[in-house]
Design a protein around this ligand. Structure first.
Ligand SMILES: Nc1ncnc2c1ncn2[C@@H]1O[C@H](COP(=O)(O)OP(=O)(O)OP(=O)(O)O)[C@@H](O)[C@H]1O
Ligand SMILES: [Mg+2]
Length: 423
């Protein structure tokens, strides 16, 4: 178990070259063509910039962000599967920048499980334990030459009659321990193709756990599962992590996973960290408009407003009076044009008034526990709001309603860079 420190990390790729390395010869002609077409092939592509964070010993950190923002790249840098362009990565007190993956004492779980199809589940889990190399070799017992010879000569006999070296006994105990932890004991003799997606996922987790690494790296490990299994496995991973207390970095683009699994969330966009904080802090005090929109479902609504005199937010369609708690930060920011952020849950159906907005409903989604409506402002039809209503509120497409805004739940952002104005 160890702390992970990421300092000033940068990653860029050398344009098209990196990608062509991995393509087979038959595609070379196509690539030559596309090379001619793209003039900027030598331009480096910057994927991660100025990444700094520390994952504390035993902590569960979730990296979340939209597709292509650089989450997997960051994880692969930690695992040693990619080379750093700049910066430092430390695990415990070792700088690991130049260590090969197997010397980093890290176990990675991939989205596509990556199980060995020709090995049964027992051997899939045992595989990493039998290799006597890398940083975790101190955790293993080595076999002598005669033990290896005995193992080889008896390997054709039924399992109960085979010779089992001290090392293999240790492997067996570890496989059994992990299998019981994940409740996959009945599957040990099967092959990967004989398992369901969820079972394969547990085996992939088991293989990572078996090695007892200092750090777990997980890259969207649940995205191939159906909704129910995803919820179950999500809880199981959280429970296991609490039990094993292994420092974990978990990548997802699913904000429910981010909110429910981690001790802290790091929100990434466009290769840069936008905010790192515990889930509820991210939800309640997003650092900028991107985080505010990305975390929370349905997404936050945004409306342009101006700051009038004596803490009044003025829009062409309504006027809101802000509580005094805003005074200092608004004075400090000096911005006069702002963006008002309001979550769908923070509107209430109300009477017509200076502070309420009139909408017309375009879409109703009754989920049973709440109802989402999509509506446009009557006074400005191209402004669309998403509103959450209690399930007993009967509404239909075309209905017109007046909504008031819960003033204690609003967020304000600057217009130019979208920074949040904090109270
Ligand atoms: N070998 C490479 N050469 C050039 N660009 C690359 C290479 N690998 C990844 N990229 C680019 O780096 C960016 C980040 O990719 P990455 O796989 O880290 O995204 P991600 O956040 O994991 O996205 P997703 O959620 O879709 O998995 C993408 O724009 C991708 O196209
Ligand atoms: Mg990815």
């Amino acid at each position: 178990m160890a702390q992970v420190v990421v300092e000033n990390v940068y990653k860029s790729y050398r344009g098209k070259a990196d990608r062509t390395d991995r393509v087979d010869k038959s595609k070379k002609a196509d690539i030559a063509l596309s090379k001619d077409l793209s003039k900027d092939k030598s331009q480096p592509i910057s994927v991660l910039r100025d990444i700094n964070f520390t994952v504390e010993d035993g902590e569960f950190l979730v990296l979340v962000g939209p597709s292509g923002c650089g989450k997997s790249t960051l994880l692969r840098l930690l695992a040693g599967l990619e080379e750093l362009t700049g910066g430092n990565i430390k695990i415990g007190d070792r700088t690991i920048n130049n260590l090969p993956p197997k010397a980093r004492d890290i176990a990675m779980v991939f989205q596509n499980y990556a199980l060995y199809p020709h090995l049964n589940i027992y051997d899939n889990i045992a595989f990493g334990l039998r290799r006597n190399s890398g940083a975790d070799s101190h955790k293993k017992v080595r076999s002598s030459w005669w033990e290896s010879a005995l193992t080889a000569t008896t390997s054709y006999l039924p399992r109960s009659m085979r010779y089992m070296s001290a090392k293999e006994k240790q492997v067996r105990d570890r496989v059994r321990y992990v299998a019981s932890l994940l409740q996959i004991e009945p599957l040990l003799a099967r092959f990967p193709k004989e398992l369901s997606g969820g079972q394969k996922q547990r085996v992939a987790l088991g293989r990572a756990i078996a090695r007892n690494p200092q750090v777990f790296l997980m890259d969207e490990p649940l995205s191939n599962l159906d909704a129910k299994l995803r919820t179950q496995t999500r809880a199981q991973i959280v429970q296991l992590q609490r039990q094993l207390k292994t420092t974990t970095v978990y990548v997802t683009h699913d904000q429910t996973e981010a909110m429910t699994m981690g001790d802290r969330i790091a929100v990434i966009n466009n290769g840069q960290i936008q905010q790192i904080a515990p889930p509820l802090e991210i939800y309640e005090r997003p650092a900028n408009r991107f985080v505010a929109e990305f975390i929370g479902s349905p997404a936050m609504n945004f409306l342009p407003v101006n700051l009038g005199s004596s803490l009044k937010l003025v829009s062409p369609h309504f006027t809101l009076e802000l509580p005094d708690t805003w005074a200092k930060s608004l004075e400090h920011s000096q911005a006069k044009s702002l963006v008002l952020g309001i979550r769908p849950q923070h509107f209430t159906i109300d009477r017509e008034s200076e502070s309420s907005i009139q909408i017309e409903i375009d879409l109703v989604e009754a989920l049973g526990n709440e109802t989402y409506i999509s509506a446009h402002l009557i006074a400005q039809p191209d402004t669309i709001l998403t509103v959450s209503l209690p399930p007993d509120q009967l509404v239909r497409i075309g209905d017109r309603l007046w909504l008031s805004i819960n003033i204690d739940k609003i967020h304000l952002f600057t217009v130019d860079d979208g920074r949040a104005i904090a109270i």
